[in-house]
Every structure is written in structure tokens, then in C-alpha cells.
Design a protein. Structure first.
Length: 136
């Protein structure tokens, strides 16, 4: 058992506690994140959001790949945390900010913009008032 179970070797602890199934679930979730990020990048019609989504997705995937390779002892220890799982405030804050930017890129896809516009047109006002006998 590892002494520091909450450090950058969290994937080893997941493998120890949850076995192959838990490890494959974590790796599968990272693959879903990579697929979603590349899908956002490919569907965006604005060049800035396309590059931002592709860059953030590559950042997540390379960081996860390096951490997995360190845990499997394929490369020397580099101190790269597993995104969204490893212990550490600054890495977690940077990953959450990057995930927020990726979600912002998703909200600027052409289909998402059309759906938001349609929702905005059909939305009823939150507050109504009665002024001089008519509803405003």
C-alpha cells in the first residue's frame, strides 16, 4: 500500500482499490472527455474557439497520458498530476478553469447558438406587472 495515497499516483490507488474495472472506467472517462473536446473543436465555426478547444483537449489528454505512463513506470517521475483527480489546489484550479473554457467553447457552437436564440425568442418574461389594466 502506498503511503501517500492522495498524491499524483491516484490512478495506482484506484487500480489497487477498484481493480481493472475502476481503472478502465477512469481511462474511459478521459477518452470521453477527449472525444467531446475534439468534437467541440471540429464543430466550431469560429477559429478562436476551434483552436482553444483543440488546445485545451490536447492539454488534458497529454497530461493524463504522461501521468498514466509515470504510474506504469514507462517514463521517469515528472510530477504531472492526473487531471481532475490528483491532489493539489493549483493544478485542480487550472484544470477547472480549462474545463470551464471548454464548456464556453461548446456554448458557442453554431447549433448551440441557434438553440439558445430559439429559447430566448420563446421564453416568457419572468416577471409580469399590471399597468393601467393591461399586462406588461
Amino acid at each position: 500500500m502506498l503511503v501517500e495515497a492522495h498524491t499524483d499516483y491516484v490512478l495506482a490507488i484506484i487500480g489497487e482499490e477498484l481493480g481493472l474495472v475502476g481503472t478502465l472506467i477512469v481511462l474511459g472517462l478521459f477518452m470521453i472527455l477527449g472525444y467531446a473536446g475534439l468534437r467541440i473543436a471540429l464543430r466550431s465555426d469560429l477559429r478562436f474557439f476551434r483552436y482553444l478547444a483543440a488546445g485545451l483537449t490536447c492539454w488534458f489528454m497529454i497530461q493524463a497520458l504522461v501521468n498514466v505512463m509515470v504510474v506504469l513506470r514507462m517514463i521517469p517521475v515528472l510530477g504531472v498530476p492526473l487531471p481532475l483527480l490528483s491532489y493539489g489546489g493549483s493544478a485542480l484550479m487550472a484544470n477547472m478553469a480549462a474545463l470551464g473554457m471548454l464548456l464556453a467553447c461548446a456554448s458557442h457552437e453554431p447549433l448551440a447558438r441557434r438553440q439558445a436564440e430559439r429559447k430566448r425568442r420563446t421564453a416568457k418574461p419572468a416577471v409580469t406587472t399590471v399597468v393601467e389594466g393591461r399586462r406588461v
